[in-house]
Design a protein around this ligand. Structure first.
Ligand code: ATP
Ligand code: MG
Length: 314
């Protein structure tokens, strides 16, 4: 179901926020990140007092990449998939800008386990660096196993994956590898249960690696070529090649035709709504702002991708 995104009025400065010594500089992944705690009286009500947030910077070569995490969150709300709330932030002492992403589990009572940790038990030689063995069929074996044992509380894990593939197809995410989805475990007495984590790490998407002075010259054909060349990280089966975002989603929906109606319902929004749910970000004053050119490019990609998805499913 579509949700209203949490919208900030101005950029958050984390310079005086308590930083999480335990996480310090976060070890996992390619982009510099820290964990920080929101103050007990946050600057705006969209922040949760005392809550941990990830302060996730851009890759060095793409300074405005962090905006992608924030736009992806907004698009997730429009689509009706669950994404951790993401905001624009900076540290006035270092000058760094970043996406400030709400922690998606309660570390006092829950723990997060990346899917890769389980997939590696299925394939001892699983290549965690490149994730070349990451495939849909194995993911299903894993989910089915948790579901049959009544550990997984997700009411419909098939629909969860369809939602993930739909979201990734819309934003052009090429990085949904085995460690970019996973399980949140809770223990209650002798009972252990889990649910699927919200879709996190969404910034390798939205054309972030393209420079705006170049893409300003792209024509329709060039846009289409770029979109068609985009592949999902996930293969269908161990020995299949990687597939385009749209083919993979279509194949999964064909496999589970019951999920088609939900896809159609989710896609029932217009290009104007894409703008309405993201346009305010242009007004946020930042050392690394969301430039008009970057925003135009992102919106152009989203518009084309939405049209392609509608042509397939509506
Ligand atoms: N909102 C969050 N709440 C709790 N843990 C998170 C959150 N976002 C990320 N993490 C944890 O931090 C790890 C690294 O974060 P993330 O996947 O976003 O960055 P990354 O892998 O470094 O991304 P990139 O490769 O694009 O730089 C994740 O694998 C996950 O364990
Ligand atoms: Mg990651």
């Amino acid at each position: 179901m579509r949700t209203q995104p949490l919208v900030q009025k101005s950029i958050f400065d984390v310079a005086d926020w308590e930083s999480d010594a335990e996480f310090g500089v976060f070890p996992q992944g390619a982009r510099a990140k820290d964990a920080v705690f929101a103050p007990s009286v946050p600057p705006e009500p969209v922040l949760v007092p005392g809550k941990r947030y990830l302060f996730k910077r851009s890759k060095r070569s793409y300074p405005d990449q962090f905006w992608g995490e924030i736009i992806a969150y907004r698009i997730g709300c429009l689509l009706g998939v669950t994404i951790p709330p993401a905001f624009a932030a900076w540290n006035s002492k270092t000058g760094h800008c970043a996406a400030l992403i709400e922690w998606f589990y309660d570390e006092n009572t829950e723990s997060f386990v990346m899917a890769g940790d389980f997939l590696q038990m299925m394939h001892k030689d699983f290549d965690r660096k490149l994730g070349t063995q990451h495939n849909f069929e194995d993911n299903m074996v894993l989910l089915r196993m948790f579901s049959i044992r009544r550990v997984l509380k997700e009411h419909d894990w098939r629909q969860w994956w369809i939602d993930a593939l739909l979201f990734d197809a819309l934003i052009g995410n090429t990085d949904r590898h085995q460690d970019n989805w996973g399980f949140i475990f809770t223990r209650s007495g002798q009972n252990v249960s889990c649910r699927l984590a919200p879709l996190f790490d969404n910034g390798t998407s939205l054309g972030h690696e393209r420079f705006t002075d170049r893409v300003n010259l792209w024509n329709k054909i060039r846009f289409h070529r770029y979109i068609e060349n985009g592949t999902h990280h996930l293969k269908w089966s161990l020995n299949d090649p990687v597939q385009g975002h749209f083919e993979l989603l279509k194949r999964a929906v064909d496999e589970w035709p019951d999920t088609r109606d939900a896809v159609r319902t989710k896609l029932n929004f217009s290009v104007d709504e894409l703008f309405a749910v993201t346009g305010d970000l242009l007004q946020i004053d930042a050392v690394t702002p969301l430039s008009k050119d970057r925003f135009t490019f992102i919106l152009h990609l989203l518009t084309e991708r939405l049209a392609l998805l509608k042509a397939i499913f509506l």
